[in-house]
Design a protein around this ligand. Structure first.
Ligand code: COA
Length: 159
């Protein structure tokens, strides 16, 4: 059984993240979606709500229970080791993502040399989406449906 982990802040989860999770689930037997409890980012949603929005967004794709959503804290490699995972999934949207992603892949391998990072290129309709841009659109009264899953869109408009 080959499991993988897809980690992020998911503040909130976007359709771009969902695209990566579903595609990872078609390659790996199990995908752990790890929601970072503490992050250097100023978050809009508390950890419980970020986890809940991820669970809701992938519910239709997870009838077999192969996608496990849970919070994590500390180093990603430590969490991955605890759940016995050696593959980290990352999404690449554009060339501009590469430098940061390469740095993360290197540091994770420096911390644990058994850890491999696998990159999936984001589907083109999601290539321009980020959590910050979606929050900015919502904060200015714009329509975020089509950019984020339903529960995230409701929560954003509630804010
Ligand atoms: N579709 C849409 N948006 C995407 C995306 C995709 N496929 N891939 C990334 N993004 C967006 C995210 O929404 C996020 O947007 P934002 O900056 O507007 O919030 C941005 O790209 C960066 O996302 P990501 O790389 O997932 O960063 P993150 O801050 O959400 O998560 C962690 C980073 C949690 C994975 C990383 O900090 C970590 O591993 N932390 C644990 C501590 C650790 O191990 N540190 C050492 C290694 S860095």
């Amino acid at each position: 059984m080959k499991p993988s982990v897809y980690a992020g802040t998911f503040d909130p989860i976007t359709n771009g993240h969902v695209d990566i999770i579903k595609r990872a689930a078609s390659i790996f037997d199990r995908v752990y979606v790890a929601v970072a409890e503490s992050t250097s980012k100023q978050v809009m949603f508390p950890i419980e709500q970020r986890v809940e929005m991820v669970k809701d967004a992938i519910a239709d794709a997870n009838l077999g229970g192969a996608i496990v959503v849970e919070p994590f804290s500390g180093l990603l490699v430590d969490y991955a080791r605890r759940i016995n995972v050696q593959v980290i999934i990352r999404g690449l949207r554009a060339v501009s993502d590469y430098e940061y992603e390469a740095q993360m892949a290197h540091i994770n391998r420096h911390l644990d040399e058994s850890m491999e990072t696998v990159f999936l290129v984001t589907s083109k309709q999601c290539a321009f989406i980020s959590s910050s841009i979606v929050k900015n659109v919502a904060a200015n009264g714009g329509d975020v449906s089509g950019l984020v899953p339903t529960m995230a869109a409701k929560r954003l408009s509630g804010k």
